[in-house]
Write a protein that binds this ligand. Structure first.
Ligand code: GLP
Length: 267
């Protein structure tokens, strides 16, 4: 996995947005898998700025969000759909019918999950999956468990996850839905490329488990090691739990990259 350690949140957000812009430059009709959450906010701000500056064009893009709370309709401002509208979609030129979401209010959630998998397949799969990570190592809403669901499914949320999401529900954990619909691990791992972003000290353990030699359903993020094209972007605080050997090799490869850079410019 490629690791990039940034000094600050802004640098991490800008680096992530640049990867997305580069993806859109290579393939204007890219299919983007998108997360919600605090980590995504500075990234979406950076993307909106790039769009306004004429550097990010979304007219052909399709988006697929990772997850949604069960019981919330798409117009509910507390839904993930509401979050995405507020922070990204209404500020960029993505077409309304190119925005794909799980319907948390669907009567038959099993059918809804199967429908979502069909949408992903009909778009030819996800080109770039952007991910945050929960403190307990969950990605999407794939919570630590004895076994992990492969495909999009209905999930019971852990108390710590509901606590982490209480902000949107006036701080009331009891108001946070107990269940959600989420892409499964195989859905996520089948994306052509994955960019995981983690910011702050509270994510240090989850980041360490992303690189741990022990791949475990206790730490869903550890499964990303099975994917051939993952970039992990962290700030220094989130990198705090990484083993010294990994940090050393990261510093060395950065130094080598910088040493090569001037000669490349001269050519
Ligand atoms: C939420 C979302 C995830 C997100 C994670 C981290 O529960 N379901 O997609 O990546 O938790 O959120 P945050 O960035 O707010 O820490």
């Amino acid at each position: 996995m490629n690791l990039r350690i940034c000094h600050a949140v802004d640098e991490a957000a800008a680096a992530t947005a640049e990867i997305i812009v580069e993806q859109l430059r290579r393939k204007p009709a890219s299919v983007l898998g998108l997360p919600t959450g605090q980590t995504a906010l500075p990234i979406y701000d950076a993307l909106v700025r790039l769009h306004r500056a004429g550097r990010a064009e979304f007219s052909q893009v399709h988006t697929l969000n990772l997850d949604e709370f069960v019981g919330l309709c798409s117009t509910d401002p507390r839904s993930f759909r509401g979050f995405m509208e507020q922070h990204l979609f209404r500020h960029i030129n993505v077409q309304a019918d190119h925005v794909h979401f799980l319907d948390g209010d669907a009567r038959d959630t099993g059918r809804e999950c199967a429908r979502y998998e069909r949408v992903i397949a009909s778009l030819g799969g996800i080109d770039l999956q952007l991910l945050g990570v929960g403190r307990n190592g969950h990605i999407g809403f794939n919570e630590p468990a004895h076994d992990l669901h492969l495909r999009t499914h209905r999930v019971r949320l852990r108390l710590e996850t509901r606590r982490a999401n209480a902000g949107t529900f006036e701080g009331k954990v009891s108001a946070v839905p107990r269940e959600a619909l989420s892409m499964g691990m195989a859905t996520i791992l089948q994306a052509a490329s994955i960019v995981l972003v983690a910011l702050g000290r509270s994510k240090a353990r989850a980041v360490a488990s992303a690189f741990s030699e022990r791949i475990s359903t206790d730490r869903p993020v550890s499964f990303l090691q099975l994917h051939p094209n993952v970039t992990v972007i962290v700030d220094r605080a989130a990198a705090a739990g990484l083993p010294a050997t990994l940090l050393r090799s990261h510093v060395e490869s950065n130094l080598q990259r910088r040493a090569r850079a001037p000669s490349r410019r001269r050519r």
